[in-house]
Design a protein around this ligand. Structure first.
Ligand SMILES: NC(=O)c1ccc[n+]([C@@H]2O[C@H](COP(=O)([O-])OP(=O)(O)OC[C@H]3O[C@@H](n4cnc5c(N)ncnc54)[C@H](O)[C@@H]3O)[C@@H](O)[C@H]2O)c1
Length: 433
């Protein structure tokens, strides 16, 4: 992407909380913006240089940019997109009674854009900023436009009340699409913010928005449940959470935030059980914390299902302890996985670099020989024995770099349960044209 800034002509469709803030902020970055809304009041308000609702910082931006001639508004989508390079869709996607997302506004706007495409000489990029479920652009927007406009997903992450500040100092800018030039053109719109956009696929962009909102909701519920439990134990929950957040290595960080295998080990399951048990004794309902162990069991069940579905005759399982670099077998989900596979008559061999029967001693050796001898019998002394024998591999623990190379060199099909780099998806977007 070049460093020189080229203003775009942008139609922002929908002048609600997201659209109006987006229109005002984009115009203040130097773009020529026309806001569109079917609501006369919002349009005339913007045209008069007045913000149509309360949002700190918005009145000043609307006034300044209308006066400067960079921001205008209309009820006519046809007029707004006539000279536009980009149509940014910001209409509402309210909940239906079922909880499903209501796409009526989006469908109507896309149909209206489609009607304006025939005879158009200037290319148009349609960017969906409204929150839509993954697959919406591919399944609804692209087909409705009949391939006559490029489509990107450009979700919005602003928070009402600090929306202008969030736009100007973004925490995340995401542009998803299939065409690199188009994605880069939309990302370039935000270039004056000096914040590098994440370029991903369409569905990934749509999913990122949901992941962010789900994460925020889960964080709030987590803090509130810890607060409630703390209060009933006579502890200051705010002090607890303030201190928890001081750990920016394991707590307020990217740690534990990658999809992978189920958790296990000697601490997490035991301590969650104790916490949930004590809360129930206090008559406290903590649905989020209570659901963590069942969620983990569901995740393990999915993995078992996926392994059982493999067209494999000889399964080589890499990893036995609950994570890499330990020989601790307590509550290892791999042990549960293997027991299910053995129960279903699968032919297995297992290797864990830190669990070699001839080398380990003490409680772990006794545990294997006495509690899980059926798994102990499957243990191999080196990875080669597994690679030479298996016709399919299950990676149940993050492999060392050396083992990862051996796995790759084996050419064997791999089911990577831990989401290590073995099955890394191809970089995107990949196509141009
Ligand atoms: N509000 C937020 O804080 C926030 C933050 C991030 C993302 N989002 C998402 O952004 C989207 C918009 O949210 P919002 O809060 O701005 O919604 P909103 O209801 O405030 O605004 C939507 C606007 O679209 C207009 N509109 C609907 N159909 C139209 C049409 N055919 N032509 C022209 N205008 C039309 C409506 O009149 C309305 O002014 C939603 O998908 C929402 O989930 C909202």
């Amino acid at each position: 992407m070049s460093n020189s800034f080229t203003p775009s002509n942008i139609a922002v469709i929908g002048l609600g909380y997201v659209g109006c803030v987006t229109a005002a902020c984009l115009s203040s970055l130097g773009h020529i913006v026309t806001g569109v809304d079917r609501d006369d009041h919002k349009v005339s308000s913007v045209l008069g240089g007045v913000a149509p609702f309360f949002e700190p910082g918005l009145p000043e931006l609307v006034k300044e940019n209308v006066l400067a001639g960079r921001l205008s508004a209309t009820t006519s989508l046809t007029d707004a997109i006539k000279h536009a390079d980009i149509a940014l869709i910001c209409v509402g996607t309210p909940s239906e009674k079922s909880g499903n997302l209501g796409l009526d506004q989006l469908r109507r706007v896309v149909a209206e854009i489609a009607q304006n495409l025939p005879g158009r000489t200037k290319p148009l990029i349609v960017a969906v900023r409204s929150t839509v479920f993954p697959g919406t652009c591919e399944e609804i927007v692209i087909p409705a436009l009949g391939g006559k406009a490029h489509v990107v997903s450009n979700p919005e992450f602003l928070r009402e009340g600090v929306a202008v500040k969030d736009f100007m100092e973004p925490s995340l800018v995401v542009v998803g699409g299939t065409d690199r030039a188009t994605v880069e053109k939309v990302a370039a719109v935000y270039q004056p913010l000096g914040f590098e956009a994440c370029l991903v696929t369409l569905r990934t962009a749509e999913m990122i928005k949901y992941a962010c909102n789900a994460f925020h909701a889960v964080k709030i519920s987590f803090a509130n449940e810890i607060g409630a439990l703390s209060a009933s134990l006579g502890v200051d929950g705010r002090e607890v959470m303030d201190t928890v957040c001081k750990d920016v290595k394991l707590n307020a960080s990217a740690a534990y935030l990658k999809p992978g295998f189920a958790f296990g080990g000697s601490c997490l399951p035991k301590d969650l059980r104790a916490l949930v048990y004590r809360a129930s004794r206090l008559d406290l309902k903590l649905p989020l914390l209570e659901s963590s162990l069942p969620s983990n069991e569901s995740h393990l069940a999915r993995a078992i299902h996926d392994v059982l579905d493999l067209p494999a005759k000889r399964l080589g399982v890499l990893g036995l302890a609950f994570k890499e670099n330990t020989d601790d077998l307590r509550e290892s989900p791999v042990v549960s996985l293997l027991e299910q596979l053995i129960g279903k008559g699968r032919d297995l061999r297992v290797f864990d670099p830190h669990i070699r029967l001839e080398e380990i001693y003490g409680s772990n050796r006794n545990f294997i020989l006495q509690q899980i001898p059926h798994i102990g019998r499957l243990l191999q002394p080196n990875v080669e024995k597994v690679l030479d024998w298996a016709d399919h591999l299950i990676v149940a623990q993050k492999p060392t770099a050396e083992m990862a190379a051996q796995i790759a060199a084996s050419g064997l099909p791999v089911l990577d349960l831990v989401g290590s780099s073995l099955n890394k998806p191809a970089p995107v977007p990949v196509t141009t044209g």
